[in-house]
Structures are given as structure tokens and as C-alpha cells.
Design a protein. Structure first.
Length: 198
């Protein structure tokens, strides 16, 4: 399999068995993979635009998995499934369902009790999903789209801009994003909320 490419800072490497799940054998570079994955993300966004969704529907394991499958199902055989290996980030693979349920329950609580601003609730959802890292690939894009779905469908606000650039590529915006995630790791969400609206 020719999928050996350089990773951008903060990206999680794929295991060999995960690479075997590639459905498009002509992809051999990170750039080609990014292009196909971006098309998948755009198709998922188009699908979301036509859906009425409540917090009860969005904040479920089934929805999180379905969204990932809609984003990457034409590229990866394992899209929409929890990762089966441990990574350099994230909880132990066996804890994924429990930690994700805790997060989704917490998010429901934040909404019901107005615990934070609307933007911060959505950003906290995204951040904690990245920390759990439930999927083999695409966790950042998936978690940001989950936040976008929550902010638009539940809070009736505009999509986040997330720095207005492709965050899969190295650059100043990705560096700021990773710094904001680092601050959020210390329970300081100010930079991440600001970055989401840049």
C-alpha cells in the first residue's frame, strides 16, 4: 500500500490495517487524500443543510457515527466505526463508547442549564470529542462539524469559521488552532471560542 505521507503537526498516524481500509486505490499522497476527504465533508454538509435536527437527535452515538460515515464513507471502509487501536491521543479504545456518552450527556446538561454561552457549548463539544478521539481518522474535522451542527440546528446561529482556512494543512491558522486546543486542555476556552469565530 502506497499510503506513506508526512503528517502535519497534530495529525494522528494511521495503522497499517486502517490504511488497508482505503476504498480508492489510486490515492497515494496526503494531498490526494485531503482532496477526496474534503469532497466527502462537503457532501455531508449538503446533507445536513436539508435536515431538521434537535439536540436529542444530534447528541447520540448513532448520529456521531452516521455523520462520520457520511463524511468519509466513500473513502474509508471503516468510516462511521469507532477506532479499534490506541493512538498517540485519545482515550483507550475500550473506553470510547463510555466517554462519548458522558460527553453527549454533559452537553445536554449544558444546554438545558445554560451552563455556558451557545458558542462555548458547541466548542466544548468539539474539543472533548477530539480528546476522546473516537475515530481512526478525521477526528478534528468531524468534531468541528458536530459543533457546527449544534450551533446551527440547536442554537440557530451561523456556522463557525474555524479560522476561515483548511486546518488539515500546516500554517499559521493550524498553529493558532492547536494553541487554542492546548488552552482548552487547561479548561480555558476563550481562545478556542474566539478562533471558531475568526
Amino acid at each position: 500500500m502506497g499510503l506513506d505521507f508526512d503528517l502535519t503537526d497534530g495529525q494522528t498516524p494511521l495503522d497499517e490495517d486502517e490504511k488497508e481500509g482505503l476504498l480508492i486505490p489510486t490515492i497515494t499522497t496526503r494531498g490526494e487524500l485531503d482532496e477526496f476527504e474534503q469532497l466527502g465533508v462537503e457532501r455531508a454538509i449538503e446533507w445536513l443543510l436539508t435536515r431538521k435536527l434537535s439536540a436529542d437527535k444530534i447528541l447520540t452515538e448513532d448520529f456521531a457515527k452516521d455523520l462520520h460515515k457520511r463524511m468519509f464513507g466513500s473513502i474509508w471502509k471503516w468510516a462511521g466505526e469507532f477506532r479499534r487501536t490506541n493512538k498517540n491521543i485519545g482515550v483507550d479504545k475500550f473506553l470510547i463508547p463510555v466517554e462519548l456518552k458522558n460527553l453527549l450527556d454533559d452537553c445536554r446538561y449544558w444546554i438545558e442549564n445554560n451552563s455556558f454561552s451557545d458558542d462555548e457549548i458547541a466548542v466544548r463539544l468539539s474539543h472533548r470529542m477530539v480528546l476522546i478521539h473516537p475515530l481512526a481518522n478525521g477526528n478534528g474535522r468531524h468534531s468541528r462539524l458536530m459543533a457546527d451542527v449544534l450551533i446551527t440546528k440547536v442554537f440557530d446561529k451561523t456556522y463557525f469559521t474555524w479560522g476561515s482556512v483548511n486546518l488539515t494543512k500546516a500554517g499559521e491558522a493550524r498553529t493558532k488552532y492547536l494553541q487554542a486546543l492546548g488552552a482548552a486542555d487547561q479548561n480555558d476556552y476563550k481562545l478556542l471560542v474566539e478562533f471558531a469565530r475568526l
